[in-house]
Design a protein around this ligand. Structure first.
Ligand SMILES: O=C[C@H](O)[C@H](O)[C@H](O)COP(=O)(O)O
Length: 230
């Protein structure tokens, strides 16, 4: 499946995705994130399943569901397995304290549910995602009826929230859950945990893209080298 940034081979993303797949033990229930870097982890896990690794996976999007099915990874759900052993997912920005921003593909709500259901949350990125502080616009999943109210509340917090325009459809990006995706620019966010709590109080935001629950980050470089931060 190719879309957003999944076209072309990316050695750094592949190195990070494959390193995270190595953490998955036989018998595990695994959360599978969304995006081009996680896609490499899903592929690597599929190869291990073909060689006998016994795992079941909970997906975070239609994309990861389709990739997992293609890779031959048996699926389960949070209803059947409310606690996951490990979740592997990509990110759009990673700060020096392992706070991450997700949702570049609009999947952060289900990704957050899955990551918080996992005993270990592993983030996989290439080195372009590394930053000292969080400063990118924060993806928001927003109930369609609340978009103006969300814009007003974000403005009161000193930010500007814009509807994310779809690229091959007129109008907004609609999440897998049927909601609007917006991006809220605030500039640099010095205290991501405090800011995440404030965003969680904005009426109409289903979920925002700041994650403060990362256990390990694998950073892949173009030459195939990997750095682990934890
Ligand atoms: O909504 C999408 C997800 O949060 C992705 O995990 C994130 O955007 C990173 O994607 P990629 O690995 O393709 O850069």
């Amino acid at each position: 499946m190719t879309n957003r940034n999944t076209k072309g081979h990316h050695p750094g993303k592949e190195a990070a995705g494959r390193a995270a797949a190595e953490l998955v033990k036989d018998g595990s229930i695994v959360g599978l994130g969304t995006g081009s870097t996680t896609a490499y982890a899903i592929k690597a896990l599929g190869e291990k399943v073909k060689k006998g690794l016994d795992i079941r996976a909970v997906v975070t999007s239609y994309q990861s569901e389709m990739l997992a099915i293609q890779a031959g990874i048996p699926l389960t759900s949070l209803a059947e397995n409310p606690v996951l052993d490990i979740a592997i997912d990509g990110a759009d920005e990673v700060d020096s304290n392992l706070n991450v921003v997700k949702g570049g593909g609009g999947a952060h709500f289900r990704e957050k549910v899955v990551s918080l259901s996992a005993n270990k949350f592993i983030v996989v990125v290439d080195d372009s995602k590394i930053s000292d502080t969080i400063s990118m616009a924060i993806p928001l999943e927003v109930l369609p009826c609340a978009r103006e109210l969300v814009q007003q509340q974000v403005a009161q917090m000193g930010g500007k929230a814009s509807i994310r325009p779809a690229s091959r459809k007129d109008g907004p990006v609609i999440s897998d859950n049927g909601n609007f995706i917006m991006d809220a620019a605030f500039g640099e966010i010095p205290n991501p945990q405090e800011f995440a709590d404030k965003l969680s109080n904005v009426v109409g935001i289903v979920e925002h893209g700041i994650f403060t629950n990362t256990d390990k980050v694998y950073i892949g470089y173009k030459d195939g080298k990997i750095e682990l931060r934890e």
